[in-house]
Every structure is written in C-alpha cells, then in structure tokens.
Design a protein around this ligand. Sequence first.
Ligand SMILES: Cc1ncc(COP(=O)(O)O)c(C=O)c1O
Length: 399
Amino acid sequence: MTDLFSKFDPLIQQRETLLASGVEDPFNLVMEKVLSPTRAICNGRETILLGTYNYMGMTFDPDVIQAGKDALDNFGSGTTGSRVLNGTYQGHREVEDALKEFYAMDHAMVFSTGYQANLGIISTIAGKDDYIVLDIDSHASIWDGCSLGNAQIVPFKHNDIEAMEKRLRRIPEGAGKLVVLEGVYSMMGDIAPLKDMIAVAKANGAMVLVDEAHSMGFIGPNGRGVAEDQGVLDQVDFVIGTFSKSVGTVGGFCVSNHPKFEIMRLVCRPYVFTASLPPSVVATAATSIRKLMHGSNKRAHLWENSRTLHAGLKALGFQLGTDVPQSAIIAVIMPDLERGAGMWEALLREGLYVNLARPPATPANMTLLRCSLCAEHSSEQVQTILAMFERAGKATGII
Ligand SMILES: Cc1ncc(COP(=O)(O)O)c(C=O)c1O
C-alpha cells in the first residue's frame, strides 16, 4: 500500500523542526476568552489582538448581538437545508436586501462562506472553453474556483497591468474572458490599480470580477471597497465579498448588476448543494452591514491607526510589505520561518497576537508577521503595540 500521506512528509518535518526549537506552535493558539474586538485571553493572559480580520470591530456591537439573539429565539439554531429548498428564511432575504443597498446594485446572492462565493461564481460563469486572466497572488478560493470550472487559467505577475494586457491580447477571438482581481491583497496589504486594470480588461472585451474581501466596510467613501475608491465600481461585473472580515460574522456574497444574474441561484453548485447560513448569522450580518453604511467615523479612525502603526514600525527599522499604508493590513517581513516564529512568540509573551503567515499562502516564499488593525483599537493601544514590537524586535535581533 502506498501511504497517501507520504507527500506531506516535508511539511511534517518542517513543523517538527520548528517545534523542536522550543517555540510555541504558532498555528495552534487558543483564544480562551474574547473580551472585545481587540482583546482576548490567550495562555491565561490578556492579549491585544492585532491579527484578526475584524477591521470595523463589529463582533461585539450591541445591535448586532441583539439581532443574533432575537433570530435564535424566533427562527432556531439552523436552517437544515439549501437556499433553493427549505433554507431561505426571511433573514436571508433581508441580508441580500442590505447588500443591494450597501453596494447600490441590483442583485445580491449570499453563500455560506466567502470561499464558496468565489468557488461558486467563478466556476459557474467561466467553463471549459472560457479564459480566466488572474493575478498570480490571488486568494486560494479564486484559484480553486478556476479549477472547479475547468476554465483556461492565465495568470499574470502581481499588479502588472502590461502583463495582464499581453495575456488578454493572446486569447483567441470570440472566447469568453473573465479578469479576476482583488481590491486588497491580504498578505502584503497592498491594493490593486483597479482603475487602469479594469480599463484594460474592458478594452479587451473581458468581464471583471473583483474580490473586495479585505476592503469592504473600510475603503472607499461608503466602504464599498477599492473599486469604489478609484471610481470604477460601475465597471465591475461581479463583486465578491465576505461576512468574515469587516461584517464580523461568517458568510460570503456576490453582488452584480448583470440582468441575468438571478439564474446563478439555480446553476451554481456551491450555492445549491450546501446548507444555508443559520438565521442568527444572517441577522447579525444584515444588522452589521446596515451599520457599516454609517461607518465614516470608524473608517477615519482605522486609517489613522493604520498610518500610525506603519510609520512607527518603519521608524523602528522593521521591513514592511508596502512603502505607505494602503489598507488595514501591515505586513512585517521576517528573514525566515524560524526567526519569524521566534518574533511571533516574543510578541505573544509581550501580550500581542499577530498572524504568522508563511508559504504557500505568502508571495515569494516570504515569512510575514501580518498585523491587521481594527477601528476599535484605541490610539493608546497602537502606541502600546509599537512598544511591544520594539522590545520583541530587539530581544530577537530582528531590529
Ligand atoms: C481575498 C479573499 N477572498 C475570499 C476569502 C474567503 O472568505 P471566507 O473566510 O468568508 O471564506 C478570503 C479569506 O481569507 C480572502 O482573503
């Protein structure tokens, strides 16, 4: 018998070597209690959270919590069914209405996760004879959507408009073309030059899908994302998003103005063949999305946090993923996995949690300490975070 697990041996070995160095397992941390969007108890001690996707801090919003409790009382704990059978409750309609209003778009379709939204929409609209032109640094759910639909996959260098154009020009005349982009790339926290990229895509007859998972709620005058910020939202055919970041719960969605969009509900397998979100989840999502429509003060404070942290880390001598802050994510580049894990642990001992990201999730085989800020981080907390980085950086020799 061939052991089908043998392909994982190099990874098992790498993990064992890392843990043998005595470092705490960075991929197995338990949040023993969550006190607020920015504080939790980890290993028995109070810890500042700087590695969540809770950008707008909605997880403890009293209206959001109350909506979830009411839905549990009135609709039960789960739907036990697909959206196309018994799994569409009033709350699913309400959250889709909230999304249509949030984006000012005609159609909204809610999936059980953002992963499934990409998987479902991409695989359903781009089939065997169609071409998908996508950024090489695209999220795994985008790649998986391309594979599931069996489309011809044409990647181009990250954020490289010329490379994208070249690929588009080579596609045979008359073939279906979909360009897939992200607003914010979550590993480095950089944004896409969507305005120029979308212009090129349209000039070459492609439809455009933009994943705004990490920008919704925060970037753009109304928090609709990078496409809104760059004034091209009306050129985007499909916006993909998630409830697991700024919205503060779980779920995914696609919004679109395409006149035939509703047919997706019957043909999109990751929508049809899975149970719908629980009533409490859609109720919290709808309440959160409606509150995010009035989130301009929070957005302004989050930008301030991002600028302060970026400038402070740069001044301390850390190498960062972007020259200027472009989103709520600030990536601190580590020399290698071992030293990255050491720095991660030193920060945890200080009482700070960040994400340790490593290949294959990261571009160019980098190890990153990914900091994601929250609108609920106070200015004092950001200063505390900087002091923690300074002590941990000096103790581990990173700075
Ligand atoms: C760009 C992007 N798209 C989609 C997803 C998937 O979202 P979800 O957590 O809702 O499955 C993520 C999650 O990390 C993401 O970063």
